[in-house]
Design a protein around this ligand. Structure first.
Ligand code: HEC
Length: 183
């Protein structure tokens, strides 16, 4: 069993633990790479791939979930006119040097991705500016534009998990086996 299948099986076990109504984990047959599941999904999903090592893909997804959490917190803070709270949450999706470097790294094999990511973070900074001005309508307008950056990127790009050799190919470094291979 590969690691993904194992993780899925463990997740199913974890989900089933509290629910006696569910069938046992063994009854569910996770679709694995061997049975073509990920490839079938990939064929259906026509978006442009962003090649990432597994660790990077996981990191990106964690970031994404935190982006959504930040949006949730911004909306909750707007509802109670908590401008400091808006600012605090918005700063998590705003631009910073480390954030910018991470976006460069993530977009290494996907020309155009980094630009969208950086534009998104700079747009999110405008939520902070509006919050500092105590401008509630401005906050909502900038949040709306920021969410367009989220959905616009999601519409265009999908993750593609690659191995070390695949990563080195897209990152422009020669894969280890290619040395002296004459091309
Ligand atoms: C520059 C591109 C880009 C921007 C901007 C962006 N995302 Fe994403 N996001 C992605 C990619 C790529 C994925 C992986 C999609 C896939 O492979 O299906 C993703 C996945 C996600 C996921 C799924 C995470 C998971 O655990 O599977 C969430 C939630 C998410 N994004 C939220 C957001 C929110 C909220 C914003 C804006 C505040 C945002 N994203 C902005 C590129 C982006």
């Amino acid at each position: 069993m590969n690691r993904l299948a194992l993780a899925l099986a463990l997740a199913l076990v974890a989900c089933n633990k509290d629910s006696s109504a569910r069938p046992p984990a063994a009854a569910a047959t996770p679709v694995t790479a061997a049975t073509g599941g990920p490839a079938a999904l990939d064929a259906l999903d026509k978006r442009t791939p962003v090649p990432l090592l597994p660790m990077m893909a996981d990191h990106q997804k964690r970031n994404m979930r935190d982006h959504l959490l930040a949006v949730q917190q911004i909306v909750a803070a707007v509802a109670v006119d908590d401008f400091a709270g808006i600012e605090q949450a918005a700063s998590r999706i705003g631009f910073s040097e480390p954030m910018g470097q991470m976006c460069e790294h993530m977009g290494t094999g996907a020309p155009g991705f980094t630009e969208l990511a950086l534009a998104f973070h700079h747009q999110a900074d405008r939520i902070t500016v509006a919050a500092r001005a105590g401008d509630k309508v401005g906050v909502l307008a900038e949040l709306g534009t920021t969410l367009q950056a989220c959905t616009g990127c999601h519409e265009q790009w999908k993750q593609q998990v690659v191995d070390e050799a695949g990563w080195q190919r897209v990152a422009g470094a020669p894969p280890p086996m290619a040395h002296g291979a004459g091309h």
